[in-house]
Design a protein around this ligand. Structure first.
Ligand code: SAM
Length: 253
């Protein structure tokens, strides 16, 4: 079992990786929005240090389509991708009407829009019920879910021991687990996903590693993992978190 962490842009690093059996990942969601008071200057909806979370939606979707295709090329036959994302109502324009009122217009967008433009086979859509959300808006129901799209390259090869429902209930991680990463996965969610499909010699990769949850779970399960993260500070937090795991693990054995 080996753990490799690579700092840089996943789009540039993935082509140099060995073939991957299982990907588990969650990219930035592009949920920033323009600030009307500064004439369209990007205001961050999620505070990522090294990437802009407010780019034109069409460019965002094309970049996600491209990264999904790049991952597909590097996936073994029957391999899986758990792609965690959200159905979003994007607010592309905030403008003043002729009475000086602020108007918001929203456009609903589902990641299925761009997943369907790739070669990935869609196995299932799972719901991650987080139980709460900061995205409160009195005009709509509060979204407390994210989605996990289970995708495969051809017919999925897995352990055939899945006795889980399609709704996975896990509260959002604590601020201590978050570190500089604003939106980490819960450890138990990743554990359930990997337990359902991973075989002992599989190589797992998270190309948008963030705080390193996928790699931490791989280590606990004795699986080889590769993590890629563009932001140096987030990378340093992930390294510490995974090293602490080895140290605590060694002490408890
Ligand atoms: C939604 S967070 C991932 C959270 C992660 N699942 C966890 O448990 O902490 C997305 C991460 O992708 C990183 N990122 C954004 N663009 C990237 C790129 N092109 N290559 C590698 N990492 C990137 C961000 O810095 C951020 O840490």
């Amino acid at each position: 079992m080996v753990t490799h962490l690579k700092q840089g842009n996943c789009m540039e690093i993935i082509p140099s990786l060995p073939m991957i059996d299982i990907w588990v990942t969650s990219p930035p969601y592009n949920i920033g929005y323009p600030n009307p008071d500064t004439a369209g200057t990007a205001r961050k909806g999620v505070d990522y240090t090294s990437c802009n979370d407010c780019i034109p939606e069409g460019i965002y979707q094309k970049s996600q389509q491209d990264i999904l295709e790049t991952m597909y090329e590097k996936t073994t036959k029957g391999g899986s991708l758990f792609y965690i994302h959200q159905n979003r109502t994007k607010i592309p324009v905030i403008r003043k009407d002729n009475r000086g009122m602020t108007k918001k217009s929203g456009i609903f967008s589902s990641p299925l829009d761009w997943i369907r433009r790739t070669r990935w086979n869609i196995v299932q859509e799972l719901v991650w019920d987080k139980g709460s959300s900061h995205q409160q808006n009195k005009a709509r129901f509060t979204p407390i879910d994210e989605r996990v799209w289970w995708l495969s390259k051809g017919k999925p090869e897995h352990n055939h021991n899945i006795i889980l429902p399609t709704i996975l209930r896990h509260p959002k991680p604590t601020s201590e687990e978050r570190g500089p990463c604003p939106s980490p996965f819960p450890v138990n969610l990743i554990h359930q996903l990997l337990e359902a499909v991973a075989k002992p010699n599989d190589i797992i990769c998270d190309p948008y590693m963030g705080s390193g949850t996928t790699l931490l779970v791989c280590k606990r399960m004795g699986l080889s993992g590769i993590g890629i993260e563009i932001d140096k500070e987030t990378m340093a937090h992930a390294i510490k978190r995974i090293e602490r795991e080895s140290h605590d693990g060694a002490q408890s054995r």
